[in-house]
Write a protein that binds this ligand. Sequence first.
Ligand code: MRU
Length: 341
Amino acid sequence: MSLKTVEWKDNAVVMIDQTKLPNVLEYVTFTDFNQVADAIRTLVVRGAPAIGVSGAFGLALAALQNNTSEKNELIEFLENAKKILFETRPTAVNLAWGLDKIMQVATDANTVDEIRKNVVETAKKMAEEDVQINMTMGKNGSELFNENDTIMTHCNAGALATVGYGTALGVIRATKDSGKNIKVIATETRPIQQGSRLTAFELKHDGIDVSLIPDTAVGYTMANNLVNKIVVGADRILRTGHVYNKIGTYQVATMAKQHNIPFYVAAPLSTFDMKNNPEDVVIEQRKASEVTGLGDKKTAPDDINVINPAFDMTPPELISGIITEKGIAKPPFEESIKKLF
Ligand code: MRU
């Protein structure tokens, strides 16, 4: 059984504190939507599908926190809570997807009691569906992988980035469960080290053969035939097949093209943004201290200028296929993505 990242328990949101991994597996409990917003902002919970469901749970908490008997007042309170939750992280489209879905359920309800009941039920259902979707996606994607493949992944698109099972790591889990013998190479993923702290941790936890490499060894492992396929997750996919994912994904995809290695992306339909164009997507810029130090240790001179984008964009021409719960989209993506919807 893979880890349960976030869940609704006794009218509270319980999540793994991912900032403490891999050293401590600690769960935190929240009863205030502001705490959930802080948790998303500070990466206690991260990964596009996980923040989508956490946002939905946050809004459900907000509905329980406010005890007005007026529908209009409750909707106004929820709109404000939605804004606070939405502004925590700008790039992953799943957050807006989760919040919009809950807001719609709230506005459709007739009374405050109905709002409170329906938003909690919907958010819980979204969490359950997330695991089911990942399992279906995993099964679909497993057909692309063969006995004795060594698969590279970047960042963490695993159980810890979703409610459970994972997207890219869900594909890896399903491939292993189908009886194929596979190995995984996980990139460290500086500066937050989701690869070493989270991917290596959860694959080891599940008994999957994983080797950790520094990000700087991506070219070396490809040039020396140590990897023959790649699968990563996504924070946002445009209708054109432009994929936004953890910073460094573009480097991995470019290097894969150079070495003729198939590069796959695994993501649920809730990660697709069918409206916007590349120039509309905001890339989150994070604080300098993530780059100027390792833990408490300073590794750069004082007052150095830092550029610290959290995500980058991989263009469609570098992508071999996009794995979803509805099937695998292949190039040309503009056509194949349209068919998924
Ligand atoms: O900054 P993070 O850790 O939230 O970034 C996560 C990623 O980039 C993941 O690859 C992406 O969200 C897909 S998760 C299934």
